[in-house]
Design a protein. Structure first.
Length: 282
């Protein structure tokens, strides 16, 4: 005999209909009436989480205003920057997500996507001084983790590589700039002070203090220099193909010089033999 996974509503105890059982552990009345159990948290913890939203809001707005040379006023940033709207709504959605509230966090993130064209799953963890410039097409997955002072440009995707409900999205450290259209895929770790070039596809861990470009992304520089708090030079990156061609050209020149030098040495060592009336010998 088959036993249903959910028989009674976990909130009110009412028996679930067959269709309600496919939707989850709560009946339609409890869901629509916002009657559900949430994670029990102390008031102090709730106050701390709400305080973080305010702190993050201040740091995010300041980061956008200071990082973007086109920003003329804080009011302009607050009202006209889709990245700020998306991140603020995400902070609220993430708060409800940590409480275990169903439906509401995803609904808020869906509203944010409709307004800003930026999709951030409410489960994603994002640090302070976070800035999404322009932002259209940015996607941040559920288990993604982002450190402090991170800047993302339009079209960046922090995506997963498996359908299993495990850690499947990237972890970004502090002081990172991710260029337009870059894709960072899988549960990989991006170290501190890293630049990722536009349209790169990163599928492996990246060590700190590195520059990554290409498809797939390759580490082409390890200068050990800390990225400035305000750094918009996501297009100022070396070209690995050009560097490789330059090295090949230099190597060819070195080989040509060696061949020419050896040919000259052989000419000096040649023995001249004379034949004729006066010859017959060396």
């Amino acid at each position: 005999m088959k036993i249903d996974k959910f028989i009674n509503c976990l909130n009110c105890g009412k028996r679930l209909s067959p269709k309600e059982q496919t939707e989850g552990p709560s009946c339609a009345e409890c869901v629509l009436g916002m009657k559900f159990e949430i994670t029990e948290l102390e008031h102090q913890n709730i106050d701390e989480e709400l305080g973080k939203i305010l702190d993050f809001f201040v740091s995010d707005v300041s980061a956008a205003f200071n990082k973007d040379p086109a920003a003329k006023s804080l009011l302009e940033v607050l009202t006209g920057y889709p990245g700020i709207k998306a991140v603020l709504l995400h902070r609220v959605a993430h708060f409800f997500w940590t409480l275990g509230m169903p439906f509401i966090p995803r609904y808020i993130s869906d509203i944010a996507r409709g307004i800003t064209a930026i999709e951030i799953h409410p489960g994603a963890k994002i640090g302070s001084d976070f800035f999404i410039d322009h932002g259209a097409g940015v996607v941040i997955g559920e288990t993604a983790e982002i450190g402090n002072n991170v800047t993302l440009y339009a079209g960046v995707v922090l995506g997963g590589t498996t359908s299993d409900p495990i850690k499947r999205h990237p972890t970004l450290g502090n002081n990172i700039v991710v260029g337009t259209g870059a894709k960072i895929l899988g549960p990989i770790t991006i170290g501190d002070n890293v630049k990722i070039g536009a349209n790169s596809v990163v599928v492996n861990d990246v060590p700190p203090n590195s520059v990554v470009v290409g498809v797939p992304g390759r580490v082409i520089s390890k200068k050990g220099e800390k990225i400035d708090k305000i750094d918009l030079r996501h297009g100022d990156l070396p070209d690995p193909l050009s560097i490789t061609l330059q090295k090949l050209e230099q190597r060819i020149r070195e080989l040509e010089d060696k061949v020419l030098d050896r040919h000259k040495d052989q000419e000096k060592d040649e023995i001249e033999i004379f034949y004729g009336n006066y010859g017959g010998g060396i």
